[in-house]
Write a protein that binds this ligand. Structure first.
Ligand SMILES: Nc1ncnc2c1ncn2[C@@H]1O[C@H](COP(=O)(O)OP(=O)(O)OP(=O)(O)O)[C@@H](O)[C@H]1O
Ligand SMILES: [Mg+2]
Length: 356
């Protein structure tokens, strides 16, 4: 039945392709790093399952031997717990949002266009002299904020308030993630998974343009679909690649509803999961006991990540575009200087740049 429904919905069979080869080569020690890394966002209506699926997907990658950085950028910090951390372990994670000046200080490096840490805002793009980050090399940011949880590297922004969101938040805590993503140099075979705030809050800045694939988690409900439509409308002009992952699907009728409402954007779906529910009861099971149907959905997501194209030029161009917009709307006035001069016209972000 599962196969027939997959065919009806026009989905390709799961298969990890590139990632399987990378995992094999990593294991054999013959892995040669190439230029691509995938940045993946988990978005959707509140309670749809963003955190749950971000955690399952991250563990799926880690179990396959693939390097994965999971970032909790949500208002409510639950990703650590969903990955299996106890409450005190989750509370002990160093919050990036509370140490954003430390992050800015490092990323700014010797970039002469950024006059001070105070004038560096969340959209400030890298330029000549900026410190760029590679996840597989030691750097002060990963050393300080990254923790290993079940083979997944985890970073968290820390808890923040609704008032921390929005265009006018000069020292936005979630801005730490945007700054990091803007300064990340990629390597093939790395995956960056970001658990985002519910709804469309990420549109307040350029955050939603930072990803190669945006997984929109949708329950088979009208409210979930409304969030999907809103996201799609807003993201359209920026070429954001949105793939819907149905969640808590409990009947064929649920599936047909999603198929009708979402059409070709429906990538795959996860059924109501006893594995997830057991963890919610405080009785987590080994990851090997995840239901095959849920695992198949994770494989579909990985295959999608692997086939998504990367466009460095577009990534950097959009980063600059959002910075100019932010500078004109509020940031230059707040900083007391014209922040568009932070843009380095001679700089191009590309994977062969050396981290300084
Ligand atoms: N496939 C599933 N099967 C069973 N329960 C699920 C499934 N997916 C999510 N849940 C449950 O639904 C609830 C909400 O999930 P989750 O916290 O992942 O949603 P969220 O979108 O991250 O929410 P928020 O918007 O609050 O961050 C949790 O109790 C979780 O255990
Ligand atoms: Mg969540």
């Amino acid at each position: 039945m599962r196969i027939i429904l997959s065919m009806l919905c026009g989905l390709s069979p799961g298969g990890t392709g590139r990632s399987e080869l990378i995992a094999r080569d990593l294991h054999k020690g013959t892995y040669k790093k190439g230029p691509d890394q995938m940045k993946l966002a988990f978005v959707g209506k509140g309670g749809s399952g963003k955190t749950t699926l971000a955690a399952l997907f991250s563990r799926h990658l880690a179990t396959a031997g693939l390097p994965v950085l999971a970032i909790d950028a949500d208002i409510n910090q639950h990703l650590g717990a969903a990955l299996g951390l106890e409450e005190d372990g989750a509370a002990a994670l160093p919050p990036m949002g509370l140490e954003i000046d430390r992050i800015k200080e490092h990323l700014r490096g010797t970039n002469p266009r950024i006059s001070s840490v105070a004038s560096m805002v969340k959209t400030t793009p890298p330029g000549g002299g900026s410190n760029l980050i590679r996840l597989d090399e030691r750097n002060p940011i990963c050393d300080r904020f990254q923790r290993d949880v079940e083979g997944v590297r985890l970073m968290v922004t820390g808890p923040f308030q609704e008032s921390d969101l929005g265009l006018a938040c000069y020292h936005s805590k979630v801005g730490a993630v945007e700054l990091l993503l803007n300064h990340l140099l990629d390597r093939e075979g790395e995956y960056v998974v970001v658990d985002m705030t519910a709804g469309a809050d990420s549109f307040a800045s350029g955050m939603f343009t930072k990803f190669d694939v945006t997984f929109l988690i949708a329950e088979p409900t009208r409210r979930s679909i409304a969030v999907y439509r809103q996201y799609k409308d807003y993201a359209r002009e920026y070429g954001v690649r949105i793939k819907v992952v149905g969640n808590k699907v409990s009947s064929d009728d649920d599936l047909c509803f999603l198929r009708e409402e979402v059409g070709a954007d429906l990538l795959t779906w996860v059924r109501w999961s006893p594995f997830v529910r057991a963890a919610e009861k405080g009785r987590p099971r080994p990851f090997s006991e995840l239901e095959p149907a849920s695992r198949k959905a994770l494989q579909d997501m990985l295959a999608e990540a692997d086939r998504a194209p990367r466009d460095w030029e577009k990534f950097y161009r959009q980063a600059v575009e959002f910075h100019v917009r932010n500078a004109h709307r509020w940031a230059s006035a707040a900083a007391g200087e014209d922040l568009t001069t932070q843009i380095d016209p001679d700089f191009l972000l590309h994977p062969d740049l050396q981290p300084s």
